[in-house]
Design a protein around this ligand. Structure first.
Ligand code: SF4
Ligand code: SF4
Length: 444
């Protein structure tokens, strides 16, 4: 099984303890790469049988796949690959967990279903029930409910696909023809971000095709369901890996990481794998595309109304694709916006796809830590390039009664260039609900 060959490379030095978020929040040996690798080894050697010891499988499921340990590891052991290999064994033997079956099997592959969920959530937000839930009494009674509810972004916009045609044209002669890969979370929860980012790209002369793709398959891969990952990748690869597209762009760093290894997903030795491999170089995340392909144009930029910004590096961007400078170059180019680096900007937010839903205690602790670091930066706007991280960070901030709008760097750029469709979420937006609750609760 690919991934297992990594096990023997671990020399048990323990360097991984200093960077592993699940270890730093538990100090439990089986919650760090060294312990997890040793456990997997014992499973492989037949000393343990996870079908008999389900809690062992949990220890493997507890890993965030954030890759921090690999960076700190003298042998660069790819613990995330080992965990995915082990999870694939679990899934093959015991099947997916209920949550994964419902979401990965039922929702993600069918965009229209997730969009219906978004519409229901928008109705709920408009109903005002949210303010009641965040009131002191109910909040205590339904702490767990508030925990899950806090993932809902403030002022949830309509799904990106609604009202978006298969081709978006620039007003002037096209300079470049691209395929835009619309990820599940971007579409369902950050429609505003997608629309404003597309507005910026066409203002720079991009002719944008938006093929009817399905989920990128990364959530399925990280849960060990490699069979479904392959099915989804085969559907997508024929739609986006085409000679006619000069670039394959996505605003989601998780999708970008998945697409960048699609030759593996579809079958590295297959004909399709070969074909995809020849076009892999065209996959690019939105920030890098703007900075390196379009070039950062600053002459028509104006202040956005925000004073200071801080940035969260998603694991898939910084450790998966080595992207660090492009988003910071964009943010630093916006006039009137001071960039403040936060402590641990590249440490995992604890979201890890659906980890926040399947591991509320550990994920909640990591999110609280991140929220404190964001607040400490003093920034009045937070930026990140992964819609799943944005959901997780937004939830952590809400639970900590902090109200900071979250925007993608290119979304901020679109506002600064005056081409954004939406009104920028001001600091007060998320604060409105807070102010109402405080006033009702006579909180200062
Ligand atoms: S740092 Fe690497 S080699 Fe050392 S214990 Fe952790 S995984 Fe093993
Ligand atoms: S991938 Fe992340 S959570 Fe998993 S062992 Fe490594 S550092 Fe810890």
């Amino acid at each position: 099984m690919p991934g297992y060959e990594e096990i023997i490379r671990c020399n048990r030095c323990g360097f991984c303890q200093s960077v592993c978020p699940t270890y730093l929040h538990s100090h439990d040996e089986v919650q760090v790469a060294r312990g997890r690798i040793h456990l997997t080894r014992l499973l492989l050697e037949g000393k343990y049988d996870f079908t008999k010891d389900p809690e062992l499988a949990e220890k493997v499921d507890d890993c965030l796949l954030c890759g921090s340990c690999t960076v700190a590891c003298p042998s660069s052991v790819k613990t995330d690959e080992i965990m995915v290999a082990a999870r694939n064994d679990f899934v093959t033997n015991r099947g997916l967990k209920l949550f994964q079956k419902l979401v990965y099997g039922g929702l993600l592959p069918r965009k229209e279903r997730l969009e219906r969920v978004t519409s229901l959530m928008r109705l709920y937000e408009k109903s005002g029930a949210r303010n009641v839930l965040y009131g002191k009494v109910l909040r205590r009674a339904f702490d767990r409910l508030v925990y899950y509810e806090s993932f809902l972004p403030d002022n949830l916009s309509k799904p990106a696909r609604l009202g978006l045609g298969p081709i978006v044209r620039p007003s002037s002669a096209p300079k470049i023809k691209i395929a835009f890969f619309l990820g599940c979370a971007s579409n369902a929860f950050w429609g505003r971000t997608v629309r404003d980012s597309l507005s910026y790209l066409i203002s720079r002369g991009a002719l944008i095709h938006i093929p009817p793709t399905t989920c990128c398959g990364e959530p399925h891969r990280s849960s060990g369901d490699l069979t479904e990952t392959k099915k989804l990748a085969l559907k997508n690869s024929e739609l986006i890996f085409k000679e006619e597209y000069e670039a394959i762009v996505t605003d989601c760093s998780t999708c970008a990481k998945a697409l960048s290894r699609y030759d593996e997903f579809v079958g590295p030795d297959s004909k399709e794998g070969e074909r995809v491999r020849a076009l892999l170089g065209r996959v690019v995340d939105l920030n890098t595309f703007v900075v390196e392909r379009l070039g950062l144009r600053t002459e028509d930029l104006k202040p956005t109304g925000f004073g200071t910004v801080t940035y969260h590096d998603s694991c898939h961007a910084i450790r998966g694709l080595g992207i660090r400078e492009a988003p910071r170059a964009i943010l630093s180019a916006i006039p009137g916006l001071a960039f403040r680096e936060m402590e641990g900007a590249d440490s995992c937010c604890g979201g890890a796809g659906s980890y926040g839903f399947t591991h509320p205690t550990m994920s909640g602790r990591i999110a609280a830590d991140k929220a404190a670091k964001i607040a400490k930066s003093g920034a009045d706007v937070l930026s990140t390039s992964c819609p799943a991280c944005a959901l997780q960070l937004g939830a952590g901030l809400k639970r900590a009664w902090k109200t900071v709008p979250i925007l993608h760097p290119v979304e901020l750029l679109a506002h600064s260039a005056g081409v954004a469709e939406s009104v920028p979420p001001t600091i007060g937006h998320a604060g409105d609900r807070q102010a109402k609750v405080d006033k009702r609760e006579r909180r200062p």
